[in-house]
Design a protein around this ligand. Structure first.
Ligand code: NAP
Length: 244
């Protein structure tokens, strides 16, 4: 039985409708949090996940917003606040992976990746901080990647976006710890979601011999939420491929 450590808390998961975000949304609901599940365009998947959580006696709503856009983030956060209450837990998970070689990488690919993967973390953090500061309690977990430190398989734009997330994580962590707010990162490598579909050849790089599961990433996130003393850290999950 899951201990309901987040009873009475409200959580926002960006890109929470599929893959890793969906597993995190379910884990948060099982721990008693009311969950706002953000998505960009696939409403069906987000609504299906809400139904699953509600059927298991959890509380969740689906909220569309492109988290790379300032006004969309402001509207999303206002909606969560008015429908579910102030946000206590923010999981910055939304991300894209446009695979490009260094000679094919365009300025548009670079800008889009930085806006969705990195700028969104700044926009969402800035929008929720007043609520966390008012309560002197908050938990922020940013989903990075093994590509923040290693070569990765997507491209330098993706490496840069994830390394930037870890910089934001430490920058915010140092400045917010005195206010009861922790900011950490989880850095998975090769997790079985739509993002790695069709790239089964990559399994040969993983010493454990299989892709990771979204639920394994969710368990690392949950571990960070229950610890006021741990901040500014990155927890890596890579089946033995890399060590921080
Ligand atoms: P995924 O299955 O492709 O799901 C991506 C999620 O992000 C979807 O819910 C999608 O919404 C949402 N999204 C994309 N762009 C968005 C935007 N602009 N605004 C709001 N939501 C947006 O991806 P995943 O594999 O679960 O990855 C989740 C996170 O983990 C990403 O940050 C990724 O970089 C990171 N990660 C993944 C792996 C891996 O191997 N899978 C490894 C390391 C790190 P829609 O459904 O509406 O499109």
């Amino acid at each position: 039985m899951t201990i309901r450590t987040l009873q009475g808390r409200t959580a926002l998961v960006t890109g929470g409708s599929r893959g890793i975000g969906a597993a995190i949304s379910k884990a948060l609901a099982q721990a008693g949090a009311t969950v706002a599940i953000n998505y960009r365009e696939r409403a069906d998947e987000a609504n299906k996940l809400v139904d699953t959580i509600v059927k298991a006696d959890g509380r969740a709503v689906a909220i569309p917003a492109d988290v790379s856009q300032t006004s969309a983030v402001a509207q999303m956060v206002e909606r969560v606040k008015s429908e579910l209450g102030p946000i206590d837990v923010l999981i910055n998970n939304a991300g894209i992976a446009i695979t490009r070689g260094i000679d094919d990488l365009s300025e548009a690919d670079f800008d889009r990746t930085i806006a969705i993967n990195l700028k969104s973390v700044f926009l969402c953090t800035r929008a929720v901080l007043p609520m966390m500061r008012a309560k002197q309690w908050g938990r922020i977990v940013n989903i990075s990647s093994g590509a923040a430190r290693g070569a990765g398989s997507i491209g330098p734009h993706y490496n840069a976006s994830k390394a930037g997330i870890e910089g934001l994580t430490r920058g915010y962590a140092a400045r917010l710890v005195k206010e009861g707010i922790t900011v950490n990162a989880v850095a998975p490598s090769l997790i079985e979601t739509d993002m790695v579909r069709g790239q089964e050849n990559l399994v040969s790089r993983i010493p454990l011999g299989r892709f990771g599961k979204a639920d394994e990433v969710a368990r690392a996130v949950m571990m960070l939420l229950d610890n006021a003393y741990m901040t500014g850290q990155t927890i890596a999950l890579s089946g033995g491929m890399a060590f921080n």
